[in-house]
Design a protein around this ligand. Structure first.
Ligand code: URP
Ligand code: ZN
Ligand code: ZN
Ligand code: ZN
Length: 458
């Protein structure tokens, strides 16, 4: 059956055009004026609406065993929430622990997603140890179409790797043409500062940020960039949160290091005062790198506008109130993470485009196109062209609402953005030609998402 989206304002990272879009099966086959609708075509009137390419979240956690518990979403709930928010593809961090086998972990993550995810998905393969066996397995995983790695310089004793493993991972990545994404905080400094603060009786969530100050993140960025320089590998810093870390990234880039930067929606809109709320209310806002002093938000927005920050993801990692309470009396035991997979696009549109902070093309670029280009999905994803997947978001810019845990689809009992105003929402969302969301309601086939085999970047 065909799909015809009529008379929308089509907006990509670099074009704007009022036209119809026709998809035959899963693929866009025509873009133009007054396109014919063969019998049986599903016709969607998009007059007065914006039509964006399906959004891509380059950094999510769905299945996540972490800090003695598991993140709350399943692939079923997380992918529905993603689609409701206009995200048609996510790239999930596949994170086996350092004590676990990489290939077994990879197969486990794939099994969890297959037949459960309603949106399309790919993985960044977490490298949490490195030896001869792991190297062979990583080659196999890349050959399977997972062409990006993830390393953690933080989380000593869990996901974190040492410098030898980092060097060897980057060498392999260079050889295979694989981009390496990195959580960049100095793990030893975090461990030492945590110990010091706890010994001083500083146990509440407000001490999480001081245990991982801005210079600890900047050191991580510098360290990662130095290893990229030594190996010639391509890198991508995830969830960059502050000015000092940005300066380290830009300095590396200025001396020729191939380094892209992602920030995530919590760091753009929330500051550390949220984590200073008492007890579990503060714990809900504990993530790493931490929410920062508010002045950093302006710096991130400006860098995003300039394109010095390439992508905006979520780092979706949902833990509910009871899980957050596991860290009562010891902030180092609070499961780290803030849910946002459903909210990212609406928040970036509202506080970026609608409030005059961000050009609408840069918005599409940061929330979709750049991720597609960096991670080998372009032009199948990330744009609206003949031949691209018919992943489309018909966005109603006139809708007005507020975010709330009461109305969200993420499987978690709070919203980090409770009460935030929203300008506009995805009214219709299609995935490979099928309508998945209509008038803000999920109407798609559960489990319809497919694993996206990827090659290198374009
Ligand atoms: O706090 C965070 N970021 N939780 C998820 C794990 C990670 O570091 O990305
Ligand atoms: Zn991280
Ligand atoms: Zn260093
Ligand atoms: Zn993450």
């Amino acid at each position: 059956m065909g799909l015809l989206i009529r008379q929308g304002e089509i907006i990509t990272a670099d074009t704007r055009l009022r036209a119809d879009i026709y998809a035959e099966g899963e693929t866009i086959t025509e873009i133009g004026e007054n396109l014919r609708a063969p019998a049986g075509t599903e016709v969607i009137d998009a007059a007065g609406k914006l039509v964006f390419p399906g959004f891509i979240d380059p950094h999510v956690h769905i299945y996540l065993p972490f800090m003695g518990t598991y993140a709350k979403d399943t692939h079923e709930t997380g992918s529905k929430a993603a689609l409701m928010g206009g995200t048609t593809t996510f790239i999930e961090m596949c994170c086996p622990a350092g004590s676990e086998d990489a290939l077994e972990g990879y197969r486990l993550w794939k099994r969890k997603a297959e037949g459960s995810a309603a949106c399309d998905y790919a993985f960044h393969m977490g490298v949490t140890r490195f030896g001869e066996e792991t190297e062979g397995q990583l080659r196999e995983i890349v050959a399977d179409g997972t062409s990006s790695f993830k390393v953690f310089l933080a989380y000593k004793g869990a996901f974190g790797i040492d410098d030898e493993a980092l060097f060897k991972t980057l060498q392999l990545a260079k050889e295979l043409g694989v981009i390496v994404t990195a959580h960049t905080e100095n793990a030893e400094l975090v461990a030492q500062l945590q110990r010091k603060l706890l010994s001083e009786g500083k146990t509440g969530p407000e001490w999480h940020e001081p245990s991982r100050p801005e210079y600890v993140e900047a050191d991580g960025v510098h360290h990662f960039a130095t290893f990229l320089e030594a190996t010639g590998a391509r890198g991508y810093v995830v969830h960059l949160s502050c000015e000092l870390a940005l300066q380290a990234a830009l300095a590396a880039r200025a001396r020729g290091v191939d380094l892209a930067v992602e920030s995530v929606i919590p760091h753009l809109l929330l500051d550390k005062s949220y984590a200073e709320r008492p007890e579990v209310e503060g714990a809900k806002y504990v993530m790493s790198p931490p929410l920062r002093d508010k002045r950093n938000q302006r710096v991130l927005w400006e860098a995003l506008k300039r394109g010095d920050i390439q992508t905006i993801g979520t780092d979706h990692a949902p833990f509910d109130t009871a899980q957050k309470a596991m860290g009562s009396g010891d902030f180092t035991k609070i499961p780290n993470g803030i849910p946002a997979i459903e909210d990212r696009v609406k928040l970036l549109y509202t506080y970026g485009v609608s409030r005059g902070e961000l050009d609408v093309h840069r918005f599409v670029d940061a929330a979709s196109t750049q991720a597609a280009k960096l991670f080998g999905l372009f032009p199948r994803k990330g744009t609206i062209e003949v031949g691209s997947d018919a992943d489309l978001v018909v966005y109603d810019p006139d809708y007005r609402g507020t975010l709330s845990a009461k109305t969200q689809h993420m499987n978690v009992d709070y919203s980090g953005f409770e009460g935030f105003e929203i300008d506009g929402r995805p009214e219709v969302v299609t995935l490979r030609g099928e309508v998945m969301v209509r008038e803000g309601r999920f109407v798609g086939t559960p489990g319809r998402g497919v694993f996206l085999r990827r090659e290198g970047a374009v």
